[in-house]
Write a protein that binds this ligand. Structure first.
Ligand code: NAD
Length: 346
Protein backbone atom coordinates (compact mmCIF):
# COMPACT_ATOMS: atom_id res chain seq x y z
CA UNK A 1 0.00 0.00 0.00
CA UNK A 2 1.27 3.49 -0.88
CA UNK A 3 1.27 6.46 1.43
CA UNK A 4 -2.02 7.30 3.14
CA UNK A 5 -3.46 10.39 1.45
CA UNK A 6 -4.95 13.05 3.71
CA UNK A 7 -7.01 16.01 2.46
CA UNK A 8 -6.40 18.66 5.11
CA UNK A 9 -9.12 21.34 5.30
CA UNK A 10 -9.17 24.80 6.88
CA UNK A 11 -5.36 24.79 6.91
CA UNK A 12 -3.72 27.77 8.60
CA UNK A 13 0.01 28.55 8.68
CA UNK A 14 0.34 27.30 12.26
CA UNK A 15 -1.42 24.01 11.32
CA UNK A 16 0.89 23.47 8.35
CA UNK A 17 3.98 24.17 10.44
CA UNK A 18 3.08 21.69 13.17
CA UNK A 19 1.88 18.97 10.76
CA UNK A 20 4.93 19.36 8.48
CA UNK A 21 7.12 18.91 11.54
CA UNK A 22 5.17 15.85 12.72
CA UNK A 23 5.28 14.44 9.16
CA UNK A 24 8.90 15.34 8.39
CA UNK A 25 9.66 11.76 7.31
CA UNK A 26 6.82 12.18 4.75
CA UNK A 27 5.05 9.06 5.95
CA UNK A 28 1.73 10.65 4.92
CA UNK A 29 0.81 12.41 1.68
CA UNK A 30 -0.97 15.51 2.99
CA UNK A 31 -2.62 18.10 0.74
CA UNK A 32 -3.44 21.33 2.54
CA UNK A 33 -6.55 23.32 1.58
CA UNK A 34 -7.41 26.73 2.99
CA UNK A 35 -11.10 26.04 2.34
CA UNK A 36 -13.27 24.51 5.01
CA UNK A 37 -14.86 21.16 4.32
CA UNK A 38 -18.52 21.76 3.49
CA UNK A 39 -21.23 20.84 0.98
CA UNK A 40 -19.48 23.20 -1.47
CA UNK A 41 -15.91 21.96 -1.07
CA UNK A 42 -16.09 18.20 -0.45
CA UNK A 43 -14.89 17.46 -4.02
CA UNK A 44 -11.41 18.65 -3.03
CA UNK A 45 -11.13 15.40 -1.06
CA UNK A 46 -11.44 13.21 -4.19
CA UNK A 47 -8.71 10.57 -4.16
CA UNK A 48 -7.88 10.93 -0.48
CA UNK A 49 -8.09 8.13 2.10
CA UNK A 50 -8.88 10.46 4.98
CA UNK A 51 -9.91 14.06 5.60
CA UNK A 52 -8.49 16.13 8.41
CA UNK A 53 -10.83 18.84 9.77
CA UNK A 54 -11.20 21.39 12.56
CA UNK A 55 -13.99 22.95 14.61
CA UNK A 56 -15.75 24.97 11.92
CA UNK A 57 -15.70 22.50 9.04
CA UNK A 58 -19.28 21.41 8.38
CA UNK A 59 -19.51 17.64 8.07
CA UNK A 60 -23.26 17.34 7.69
CA UNK A 61 -25.15 14.27 6.42
CA UNK A 62 -24.71 15.31 2.77
CA UNK A 63 -20.94 15.70 3.19
CA UNK A 64 -20.73 12.36 5.02
CA UNK A 65 -22.51 10.65 2.11
CA UNK A 66 -20.25 12.29 -0.45
CA UNK A 67 -17.10 11.31 1.46
CA UNK A 68 -18.44 7.77 1.71
CA UNK A 69 -19.19 7.65 -2.03
CA UNK A 70 -15.64 8.86 -2.76
CA UNK A 71 -14.25 5.96 -0.72
CA UNK A 72 -12.97 8.09 2.15
CA UNK A 73 -12.73 5.94 5.23
CA UNK A 74 -11.79 8.36 7.98
CA UNK A 75 -12.62 11.83 9.26
CA UNK A 76 -9.71 12.87 11.49
CA UNK A 77 -10.75 15.77 13.68
CA UNK A 78 -7.79 17.77 14.94
CA UNK A 79 -9.83 18.93 17.93
CA UNK A 80 -11.68 17.40 20.88
CA UNK A 81 -15.27 18.50 20.20
CA UNK A 82 -17.23 16.86 17.37
CA UNK A 83 -20.54 18.74 17.38
CA UNK A 84 -19.82 19.85 13.77
CA UNK A 85 -20.03 16.25 12.48
CA UNK A 86 -23.27 14.34 11.94
CA UNK A 87 -21.90 11.37 13.87
CA UNK A 88 -25.12 9.39 13.80
CA UNK A 89 -25.31 9.63 10.02
CA UNK A 90 -21.64 8.74 9.70
CA UNK A 91 -22.07 5.49 11.65
CA UNK A 92 -21.47 2.50 9.39
CA UNK A 93 -20.09 4.77 6.62
CA UNK A 94 -17.09 6.83 7.68
CA UNK A 95 -15.13 6.45 10.93
CA UNK A 96 -14.40 9.51 13.06
CA UNK A 97 -11.34 10.04 15.23
CA UNK A 98 -10.50 13.04 17.34
CA UNK A 99 -7.82 14.42 19.64
CA UNK A 100 -9.44 14.05 23.06
CA UNK A 101 -6.74 16.02 24.87
CA UNK A 102 -3.87 18.09 23.56
CA UNK A 103 -3.25 20.65 26.23
CA UNK A 104 -6.02 21.18 28.72
CA UNK A 105 -3.61 23.68 30.33
CA UNK A 106 -3.75 25.87 27.22
CA UNK A 107 -7.53 26.29 27.46
CA UNK A 108 -7.76 26.57 31.26
CA UNK A 109 -4.94 29.14 31.33
CA UNK A 110 -6.64 31.13 28.56
CA UNK A 111 -9.88 31.16 30.55
CA UNK A 112 -7.99 32.64 33.51
CA UNK A 113 -6.15 35.10 31.21
CA UNK A 114 -9.52 36.35 29.93
CA UNK A 115 -10.90 36.64 33.45
CA UNK A 116 -7.92 38.61 34.76
CA UNK A 117 -7.85 40.84 31.68
CA UNK A 118 -11.51 41.57 32.08
CA UNK A 119 -11.79 42.25 35.78
CA UNK A 120 -8.51 44.22 36.04
CA UNK A 121 -9.33 46.15 32.82
CA UNK A 122 -5.96 45.20 31.30
CA UNK A 123 -7.44 45.51 27.78
CA UNK A 124 -8.32 49.14 28.54
CA UNK A 125 -5.06 49.94 30.36
CA UNK A 126 -2.97 48.54 27.50
CA UNK A 127 -4.55 50.88 24.97
CA UNK A 128 -4.36 53.87 27.34
CA UNK A 129 -0.66 53.58 28.11
CA UNK A 130 0.14 53.01 24.42
CA UNK A 131 -1.36 56.48 23.96
CA UNK A 132 0.58 57.89 26.96
CA UNK A 133 -2.69 58.18 28.87
CA UNK A 134 -1.77 57.25 32.44
CA UNK A 135 -5.11 58.03 34.06
CA UNK A 136 -6.61 55.33 36.27
CA UNK A 137 -10.20 56.53 36.10
CA UNK A 138 -12.59 53.73 35.24
CA UNK A 139 -10.00 50.97 35.73
CA UNK A 140 -11.11 49.82 39.20
CA UNK A 141 -11.30 46.03 39.37
CA UNK A 142 -12.04 43.52 42.12
CA UNK A 143 -10.06 40.83 43.97
CA UNK A 144 -10.54 37.23 42.87
CA UNK A 145 -9.51 36.05 46.33
CA UNK A 146 -12.57 34.97 48.29
CA UNK A 147 -14.93 35.05 45.28
CA UNK A 148 -17.06 32.04 44.33
CA UNK A 149 -16.46 30.56 40.90
CA UNK A 150 -19.00 28.14 39.41
CA UNK A 151 -17.42 25.65 37.00
CA UNK A 152 -19.73 23.81 34.59
CA UNK A 153 -17.99 20.62 33.44
CA UNK A 154 -15.23 19.10 35.57
CA UNK A 155 -13.35 17.13 32.92
CA UNK A 156 -9.75 17.70 31.94
CA UNK A 157 -9.98 21.46 31.35
CA UNK A 158 -12.50 22.20 34.09
CA UNK A 159 -10.35 20.51 36.73
CA UNK A 160 -7.23 22.44 35.74
CA UNK A 161 -9.23 25.66 35.78
CA UNK A 162 -10.42 24.71 39.28
CA UNK A 163 -6.82 24.21 40.44
CA UNK A 164 -5.85 27.60 39.01
CA UNK A 165 -8.80 29.27 40.76
CA UNK A 166 -7.93 27.61 44.05
CA UNK A 167 -4.41 29.01 43.66
CA UNK A 168 -6.02 32.46 43.63
CA UNK A 169 -7.85 31.69 46.89
CA UNK A 170 -11.26 31.42 45.23
CA UNK A 171 -14.08 29.23 46.49
CA UNK A 172 -15.03 26.68 43.83
CA UNK A 173 -18.43 25.08 43.26
CA UNK A 174 -19.19 22.92 40.23
CA UNK A 175 -21.87 21.21 38.20
CA UNK A 176 -21.27 18.18 36.00
CA UNK A 177 -23.79 15.85 34.42
CA UNK A 178 -21.50 13.02 35.51
CA UNK A 179 -19.83 14.27 38.71
CA UNK A 180 -16.37 12.84 39.38
CA UNK A 181 -16.14 10.53 42.37
CA UNK A 182 -12.41 10.88 43.01
CA UNK A 183 -12.29 14.56 43.98
CA UNK A 184 -13.11 16.97 46.78
CA UNK A 185 -14.98 19.24 44.35
CA UNK A 186 -18.19 20.68 45.83
CA UNK A 187 -20.88 19.68 43.34
CA UNK A 188 -24.15 21.64 43.35
CA UNK A 189 -27.23 21.75 41.12
CA UNK A 190 -27.13 24.05 38.11
CA UNK A 191 -29.68 26.37 39.74
CA UNK A 192 -27.53 26.66 42.87
CA UNK A 193 -24.46 27.31 40.72
CA UNK A 194 -26.24 30.14 38.86
CA UNK A 195 -27.38 31.64 42.20
CA UNK A 196 -24.13 31.48 44.17
CA UNK A 197 -21.41 32.23 41.62
CA UNK A 198 -19.60 35.54 41.23
CA UNK A 199 -17.89 34.07 38.17
CA UNK A 200 -19.18 31.25 35.93
CA UNK A 201 -16.91 29.33 33.57
CA UNK A 202 -18.17 26.79 31.03
CA UNK A 203 -16.04 23.66 30.43
CA UNK A 204 -18.56 21.11 29.14
CA UNK A 205 -19.19 19.88 25.60
CA UNK A 206 -22.10 21.25 23.55
CA UNK A 207 -24.92 18.71 23.31
CA UNK A 208 -28.58 18.90 22.29
CA UNK A 209 -29.56 19.08 25.94
CA UNK A 210 -27.33 21.98 27.02
CA UNK A 211 -27.75 24.17 23.93
CA UNK A 212 -28.29 27.76 25.26
CA UNK A 213 -27.88 26.62 28.87
CA UNK A 214 -27.10 30.26 29.64
CA UNK A 215 -30.28 32.02 28.59
CA UNK A 216 -32.68 34.68 29.90
CA UNK A 217 -34.07 32.28 32.56
CA UNK A 218 -30.72 31.13 33.91
CA UNK A 219 -29.39 34.71 33.85
CA UNK A 220 -32.39 35.76 35.96
CA UNK A 221 -31.14 33.42 38.69
CA UNK A 222 -27.57 34.77 38.63
CA UNK A 223 -26.05 37.41 40.89
CA UNK A 224 -26.02 40.95 39.58
CA UNK A 225 -22.56 41.65 38.18
CA UNK A 226 -21.66 38.00 37.49
CA UNK A 227 -18.75 37.42 35.09
CA UNK A 228 -19.35 34.73 32.46
CA UNK A 229 -16.45 32.92 30.76
CA UNK A 230 -17.00 30.64 27.78
CA UNK A 231 -14.06 28.78 26.27
CA UNK A 232 -16.15 25.71 25.36
CA UNK A 233 -18.67 26.14 22.55
CA UNK A 234 -20.55 29.29 21.55
CA UNK A 235 -24.04 27.79 21.47
CA UNK A 236 -23.91 27.01 25.20
CA UNK A 237 -24.92 30.69 25.50
CA UNK A 238 -27.96 32.37 23.96
CA UNK A 239 -25.99 35.35 22.66
CA UNK A 240 -29.00 37.64 22.12
CA UNK A 241 -30.03 37.04 25.74
CA UNK A 242 -26.45 37.72 26.88
CA UNK A 243 -26.44 41.08 25.08
CA UNK A 244 -29.73 41.97 26.83
CA UNK A 245 -28.30 40.83 30.19
CA UNK A 246 -25.26 43.05 29.73
CA UNK A 247 -27.39 46.02 28.63
CA UNK A 248 -29.57 45.54 31.74
CA UNK A 249 -26.35 45.60 33.86
CA UNK A 250 -27.23 42.12 35.20
CA UNK A 251 -24.12 40.57 33.65
CA UNK A 252 -20.98 42.35 34.86
CA UNK A 253 -18.67 41.06 32.13
CA UNK A 254 -18.38 38.38 29.47
CA UNK A 255 -15.18 36.66 28.36
CA UNK A 256 -15.84 34.76 25.16
CA UNK A 257 -13.39 32.61 23.25
CA UNK A 258 -16.26 31.02 21.34
CA UNK A 259 -19.39 32.41 19.74
CA UNK A 260 -22.40 30.57 18.36
CA UNK A 261 -22.08 32.11 14.90
CA UNK A 262 -18.28 31.96 14.93
CA UNK A 263 -17.95 29.79 11.84
CA UNK A 264 -18.88 32.80 9.67
CA UNK A 265 -16.15 35.03 11.03
CA UNK A 266 -13.58 33.43 13.33
CA UNK A 267 -10.11 32.60 11.98
CA UNK A 268 -10.41 35.24 9.21
CA UNK A 269 -9.15 38.80 8.95
CA UNK A 270 -12.14 41.09 8.48
CA UNK A 271 -10.34 44.20 9.68
CA UNK A 272 -10.96 45.96 6.35
CA UNK A 273 -14.61 44.92 6.11
CA UNK A 274 -17.98 45.94 7.50
CA UNK A 275 -18.96 42.93 9.63
CA UNK A 276 -22.56 41.91 8.96
CA UNK A 277 -23.12 40.19 12.29
CA UNK A 278 -24.82 42.90 14.39
CA UNK A 279 -24.87 40.77 17.54
CA UNK A 280 -21.11 40.19 17.41
CA UNK A 281 -20.53 43.87 16.58
CA UNK A 282 -22.66 44.90 19.59
CA UNK A 283 -20.78 42.52 21.88
CA UNK A 284 -17.39 43.75 20.72
CA UNK A 285 -18.49 47.36 21.22
CA UNK A 286 -19.17 46.72 24.92
CA UNK A 287 -16.33 47.72 27.28
CA UNK A 288 -16.96 44.75 29.57
CA UNK A 289 -16.87 42.09 26.83
CA UNK A 290 -13.68 40.45 25.65
CA UNK A 291 -13.80 38.29 22.55
CA UNK A 292 -10.95 36.09 21.36
CA UNK A 293 -11.47 34.03 18.23
CA UNK A 294 -11.33 30.43 19.44
CA UNK A 295 -7.73 30.98 20.46
CA UNK A 296 -7.65 29.16 23.79
CA UNK A 297 -6.00 26.02 22.36
CA UNK A 298 -3.30 27.95 20.50
CA UNK A 299 -0.02 27.14 22.24
CA UNK A 300 3.10 25.48 20.82
CA UNK A 301 2.56 22.50 23.12
CA UNK A 302 -1.05 22.01 22.03
CA UNK A 303 -0.28 22.34 18.29
CA UNK A 304 2.49 19.78 18.52
CA UNK A 305 0.29 17.34 20.49
CA UNK A 306 -2.58 17.84 18.02
CA UNK A 307 -0.37 17.01 15.03
CA UNK A 308 1.23 13.97 16.71
CA UNK A 309 -2.07 12.52 17.96
CA UNK A 310 -3.91 13.15 14.66
CA UNK A 311 -1.23 11.38 12.62
CA UNK A 312 -1.13 8.55 15.19
CA UNK A 313 -4.91 8.24 14.87
CA UNK A 314 -4.63 7.95 11.07
CA UNK A 315 -1.74 5.48 11.33
CA UNK A 316 -3.59 3.32 13.87
CA UNK A 317 -6.79 3.34 11.83
CA UNK A 318 -5.18 2.21 8.57
CA UNK A 319 -2.66 -0.20 10.09
CA UNK A 320 -4.49 -1.84 13.00
CA UNK A 321 -7.84 -3.21 14.02
CA UNK A 322 -8.06 -0.78 16.91
CA UNK A 323 -8.93 2.90 16.94
CA UNK A 324 -8.38 4.31 20.41
CA UNK A 325 -9.62 7.82 19.72
CA UNK A 326 -12.65 6.91 17.64
CA UNK A 327 -16.05 8.41 18.48
CA UNK A 328 -19.45 7.28 17.33
CA UNK A 329 -22.93 8.36 18.38
CA UNK A 330 -23.17 5.29 20.63
CA UNK A 331 -20.04 6.29 22.57
CA UNK A 332 -22.04 9.25 23.95
CA UNK A 333 -25.04 7.23 25.05
CA UNK A 334 -25.70 5.62 28.42
CA UNK A 335 -24.10 2.19 28.28
CA UNK A 336 -21.70 3.49 25.63
CA UNK A 337 -20.37 1.91 22.49
CA UNK A 338 -20.02 -1.86 22.89
CA UNK A 339 -16.56 -1.71 21.28
CA UNK A 340 -15.24 0.47 24.17
CA UNK A 341 -12.39 1.67 21.94
CA UNK A 342 -10.79 -1.77 21.99
CA UNK A 343 -11.85 -2.19 18.37
CA UNK A 344 -13.22 0.11 15.70
CA UNK A 345 -16.77 1.27 16.51
CA UNK A 346 -18.16 -0.58 13.46
P1 NAD B 1 -13.79 16.49 28.98
O1 NAD B 1 -14.53 15.49 28.18
O2 NAD B 1 -12.53 16.08 29.68
O3 NAD B 1 -14.77 17.09 30.11
C1 NAD B 1 -16.08 17.50 29.82
C2 NAD B 1 -16.88 17.40 31.11
O4 NAD B 1 -18.19 17.90 30.84
C3 NAD B 1 -17.04 15.96 31.59
O5 NAD B 1 -16.72 15.86 32.97
C4 NAD B 1 -18.52 15.65 31.34
O6 NAD B 1 -19.07 14.77 32.30
C5 NAD B 1 -19.12 17.04 31.46
N1 NAD B 1 -20.42 17.16 30.81
C6 NAD B 1 -20.90 16.49 29.74
N2 NAD B 1 -22.15 16.92 29.45
C7 NAD B 1 -22.43 17.88 30.36
C8 NAD B 1 -23.56 18.70 30.58
N3 NAD B 1 -24.65 18.62 29.80
N4 NAD B 1 -23.51 19.58 31.61
C9 NAD B 1 -22.43 19.65 32.41
N5 NAD B 1 -21.34 18.92 32.25
C10 NAD B 1 -21.34 18.03 31.23
O7 NAD B 1 -13.54 17.72 28.00
P2 NAD B 1 -12.42 18.85 28.15
O8 NAD B 1 -11.18 18.41 27.45
O9 NAD B 1 -12.34 19.32 29.55
O10 NAD B 1 -13.06 19.98 27.21
C11 NAD B 1 -14.23 20.69 27.59
C12 NAD B 1 -14.73 21.48 26.40
O11 NAD B 1 -13.79 22.50 26.08
C13 NAD B 1 -14.83 20.66 25.09
O12 NAD B 1 -16.07 19.99 25.00
C14 NAD B 1 -14.72 21.72 24.02
O13 NAD B 1 -16.02 22.17 23.67
C15 NAD B 1 -13.98 22.86 24.71
N6 NAD B 1 -12.66 23.14 24.13
C16 NAD B 1 -12.40 24.39 23.68
C17 NAD B 1 -11.16 24.71 23.17
C18 NAD B 1 -10.82 26.11 22.71
O14 NAD B 1 -9.81 26.32 22.05
N7 NAD B 1 -11.63 27.10 23.07
C19 NAD B 1 -10.18 23.72 23.08
C20 NAD B 1 -10.47 22.44 23.56
C21 NAD B 1 -11.72 22.15 24.09
Amino acid sequence: MGKTKIAFFDAKDYDKNSFMLANQNEEFDITYYEARLSSDTYKLAEGADAVCVFVNDDINAFVVDKLHEMGIKLIALRCAGYNNVDIEHAFGKVHIVRVPAYSPYAVAEHAMALLLTSIRRIHKAYIRTKDFNFSLSGLTGFDLHGKTVGVVGTGKIGRIFIDICRGFGMHVIAYDKFPAKDTDIEYVSLDELWQRSDIISLHCPLTDENHHMINADSMDKMKKGVVIINTSRGALIDTEALVEGIKARKIGAACLDVYEEESNVFFHDYSGHIVNDDTLARLISMPNVIVTSHQAFLTNEALSNIADTTLNNVREFFEKDTCSNEVCYKCDKVGGCPQKHEKKCF
